[in-house]
Design a protein. Structure first.
Length: 108
């Protein structure tokens, strides 16, 4: 299945999390972060499998520092689930696919 992960910036972050009809999982990452790189294929798989139920996006914390600062992101990878701009839950650190999917199902 094709990945449908949207790339976010500080400029479009608020509009995106407020305007999307489905809940959106935001991946806060950095290219140099090993656990972040390990999560990428899992998130790409899940974005295809959960299409229509959940939207996926990511934001590079090195290139976009305002949003992570505002949300008090202290460690990456950090995944935050939003519904209409409201934070539903936060997962920090590397997770396996089954654990991640289970946590997301609970939050939805």
């Amino acid at each position: 299945m094709a990945s449908s992960i949207q790339i976010l910036t500080d400029d479009n972050f608020d509009k995106t999390i407020n305007d999307l009809e489905t809940p959106v999982l935001i991946d806060f990452f950095a290219p140099w972060c090993g656990p972040c790189r390990a999560m990428r294929p899992l998130l790409e798989e899940l974005s295809g499998e959960m299409q229509g139920k959940l939207s996926f996006a990511k934001i590079n914390v090195d290139e976009n520092q305002d949003t992570p600062t505002k949300l008090k992101i202290r460690s990456i990878p950090c995944l935050i689930l939003f519904r209409q701009g409201e934070e539903l839950g936060r997962l920090v650190g590397h997770k396996g696919k089954q654990a991640l999917q289970s946590e997301l199902e609970k939050l939805l």
